[in-house]
Design a protein around this ligand. Sequence first.
Ligand code: GRF
Length: 202
Amino acid sequence: MGLRFAILLSGRGSNMMSIADLLDDKSLDSDIALVAADKPCAGLAFASERGFETRLISYADRAKSDSEEELAQVIEAADVDYILLAGFMRVLSADFVSRFEGRIINIHPSLLPKYKGLNTHQRAIEAGDSRHGVSVHIVTAGLDDGPIIAQDDIAIEKDDDETSLASRLLPCEHALYAKVITSLIKGDLVIENGKPRWQIAE
Ligand code: GRF
């Protein structure tokens, strides 16, 4: 059975575009029902050009709780199964997260629990790590803190800088999100009581 997704973003939208390409496969029978952003951005423009329902939710000049209430209502009206964060640069409140308990998924460019927050590529290089990676996890009230669904990693090369490392990791991000979303749609991955359970070997 297919699923309906909302995608939240704040930036260039490459993960959103990759998910859109994935769901072009009609055999998955699933849709992006809504793309919402907290500010005007390339990702929101791409989504609109692609024909998705888009919404800009302002966070300026009002309380965060008001912005989140509008966002929650828009998502509820879209009647989605899951909310996918794809470069959404706002921390969701505990109230918002509990309203959609176990149904919000994030992609974070580090091997969590390492490097929660920003500048993950630079921090991995500065720490002298030999490997860096990406995590897809269930969103809880703690920043980048929820149960990990899947991870992938790549080697950090001697001459890597933040830019080269980020650009080598990006295709892995797209592939990992696609794997998780496909598995959710096919029922190979189930999220129960806020925890992921793989029905097949990962
Ligand atoms: C990605 O690196 C993602 O892991 C992080 O924000 C970035 C968004 O990139 N959460 P894009 O907007 O999907 O290209």
